[in-house]
Write a protein that binds this ligand. Structure first.
Ligand code: FPP
Length: 231
């Protein structure tokens, strides 16, 4: 059944939290939790795009996540690599543009090449946009933007100038941030882009965050009264 909404976020960011706790509650390994967590992503994306959301950003691997045990880092990167390679075909078919951004300096060359190929092959996608934040941190993104502004010799700097130097240049601001697992913080995710975003927190752990949970978050957004600082 197609869900109708009177208002929809144009851009939704997901902080996919709780894979580890979900796995622990089932007596399984953290890596098992990440694998299960990656399996719900396509359903979440489909639900968003079917509803009419245009851009989705997934917090897949943050700069801070490099501090996890090597075995876990390797598995998350493996899952991501596989997901990107698989999703690019679906994205091409459905006219969706895939964008992967962050600091890739610690990724191996083969993975970098596969990411580049996936991004390149979907760059004409017009019906939706999926951003995967990988090796991403908002402070680093803003610092990098300022360094590049200086390097380019730009002296007239407005809010829009900074936006244009972020990884999300040209994309709409974030309207809704969803974070699962009961944590209520942004954890260095899309800080500049989320200046006016509504924040939705749910106790549901990421691997259980399926279609009906996405609809619940979008319904909650529908009920918000956004004033953007006005009365
Ligand atoms: C947070 O759960 C999750 C992550 C740090 C990684 C998220 C990665 C995936 C869902 C898989 C790969 C992503 C894509 C886009 C294919 P946690 O480990 O912090 O959970 P915990 O707080 O319960 O320990």
């Amino acid at each position: 059944m197609k869900e109708e909404f009177s208002v929809l976020p144009v851009h939704v960011g997901f902080i996919m939290d709780g894979n580890g706790r979900w796995a622990k509650s089932k007596g399984k390994s953290r890596n098992f939790g990440h694998r299960k967590g990656s399996e719900v992503i396509e359903e979440v994306l489909k639900t968003c795009f079917d509803a009419g959301v245009k851009t989705v950003t997934l917090c897949a691997f943050s700069t801070e996540n490099w501090n996890r045990p090597k075995e876990e880092v390797d598995e998350i990167l493996r899952i991501l690599d596989k997901f990107i390679d698989k999703y690019r075909q679906k994205a091409s078919k459905e006219d969706i543009r895939l964008c992967v951004f962050g600091d890739f300096s610690r990724l191996d060359e083969n993975m970098k090449n596969r990411i580049e190929a996936a991004v390149e092959s979907t760059k004409g996608g017009k019906s939706g946009m999926v951003n995967i934040a990988l090796g991403y941190g908002s402070r680093q993104e803003i610092t990098r933007a300022i360094q590049n502004i200086i390097k380019d010799g730009v002296t007239q700097i407005t809010d829009d100038t900074l936006s244009d130097y972020l990884y999300t240049a040209g994309q709409p601001d974030v309207d809704l941030i969803v974070r699962t697992s009961g944590e209520q913080r942004l954890s260095n995710f899309l800080l500049y882009q989320s200046a006016y975003a509504e924040l939705y927190f749910t106790d549901v752990l990421w691997p259980d965050f399926k279609r009906e949970e996405v609809i619940k978050a979008l319904r909650w957004f529908e009920g918000r009264h956004r004033r953007f600082g006005k009365v």
